[in-house]
Structure formats: structure tokens, C-alpha cells
Design a protein around this ligand. Sequence first.
Ligand SMILES: Nc1ncnc2c1ncn2[C@@H]1O[C@H](COP(=O)(O)OP(=O)(O)OP(=O)(O)O)[C@@H](O)[C@H]1O
Ligand SMILES: [Mg+2]
Length: 227
Amino acid sequence: MVDSLLTARGLNKQFRSANQPVAVLSNLALHLERGESLALTGRSGSGKTTLLNILCGLEKPDAGRLQVLGEVFDSRAPEAGSQAEARWASLRRQRIGVVFQDANLMPALSLLDNVRLRARLAGQSEADCQDWLERLDIGELAERYPDQVSGGQRQRAALAMVFAMKPALILADEPTGSLDRHTAEDVTRQLFDLQARHGCGLILATHDTELATRCSHRLDLGHQPGT
Ligand SMILES: Nc1ncnc2c1ncn2[C@@H]1O[C@H](COP(=O)(O)OP(=O)(O)OP(=O)(O)O)[C@@H](O)[C@H]1O
Ligand SMILES: [Mg+2]
């Protein structure tokens, strides 16, 4: 079994603001093995979300090489963009679970059907979908639609979706951002339990120092080389 889940080298990303280039990531490198967790920290605007988007193929780096779950993405490779897109889409469907800052639920489906759909697309059983909602303490909301629940409840439903797909790698952007202290602790425990049980990798962006200290590694984007 390959233990290396993700290796990134020489990642660069800049955006343009008022027509001026603004460097967000400069020559960034990181490595994650099975069962490891990494906290991305740094002030607001330091590039945490940008990096997570790059690590699941939703944003392209200006330069750099990524090896994710055995797939290689190199900004210098002559591969057609659509081929790389298809490889990324397949990884996100089956092997990389992503929890965004604004929970990404389908508005026309109930919470339970959102979780079931995610499991089905990943080729996993739908049998334990209700159970995931129960564990995240939103079991009684299973038949409600996303716009009928609170932001924190949507965030937990988004986590249930990721858990149900049994991914090899979880990317989570502020997974406890809209939760109260008690619920945040509960969700954090579930997240690390799942990670320990399945030996998957976990990369999360967080301002929560307690959550960051539970991770086996930490990368502070406020202190990248060159910034
Ligand atoms: N599409 C875009 N166009 C221009 N600038 C962008 C774009 N997306 C992000 N940025 C800028 O890039 C920088 C990094 O943004 P990012 O969202 O990655 O920060 P973050 O660390 O996740 O912040 P937060 O903690 O507030 O979520 C910010 O200065 C942001 O304004
Ligand atoms: Mg962010």
C-alpha cells in the first residue's frame, strides 16, 4: 500500500487586485501520509482556502507539482486541461471529501438524500447515511431541506456527506467555523475518530488553535518562505 497521500512542490499562486499581482502562495511545499493530519493556519486572507482549492483541483496553481493519491498534476505537463479536469473530478467524486466554508448541499434534496447521493457517487453503501446524521446530532432533521436548517446544521450535514463517502483524504475549510463551542468539540471528535478508524488523511484550515493542536502537523501560511 502506498502511504504517501499528497505531495506538493513549488506551488505558486497569485491573484490580481486593482491590476496589481498579489502573491498568495510562494514556492509552497507540503507532504501528507496516510493517517496524518495537517492544520493550515494563518490570518484571514493568507491563502488557506486558496490552497485547499488547489489541493482538490478547483483552482489551478500558476506553477507547481502535485501528487495526490497516486495522480500527478504538473503545471509544466503538456496534458490537455480537460484531461486533468476529468482526473480531478474523479478524485473528488470517489476519494477526496471536501467540506467548504459555505456547506455545499443540493438545495432540492433533503439532508438525508444529500448524504445518500454523496455515498452513491463515491460507490459506497447508503445503509449508514442516517447513522452519520445521528452521530452528528442532526438525525431528526434528515427529511428537512438545506434552507430549513441553520448554518451549523448544514455544516454538519456536509460533514456527514464526506464521512459517508469514506474518502482517502478529507479537505475541510473551517469545519467548525459556524458551530458553538460544545458542538464544535463534538464534530472535532467525530472528525478525528473517523480519521483514526479509516486511516485517511486530513487537511483542515482553521482559526481554532485547539483544533490546530490536535493535528499531527501545522503549516502557518502567514510564515511561508518569501512572504
Ligand atoms: N478569485 C480571486 N481573485 C482575486 N483575489 C482573490 C481571489 N480569491 C482569493 N483572493 C485573495 O487571495 C487571498 C487569499 O484568500 P483566501 O480565501 O485563500 O484566504 P483565507 O486564508 O482562506 O482567508 P479566511 O481565513 O478569511 O478564510 C486574499 O487576499 C483574497 O482576497
Ligand atoms: Mg478561507
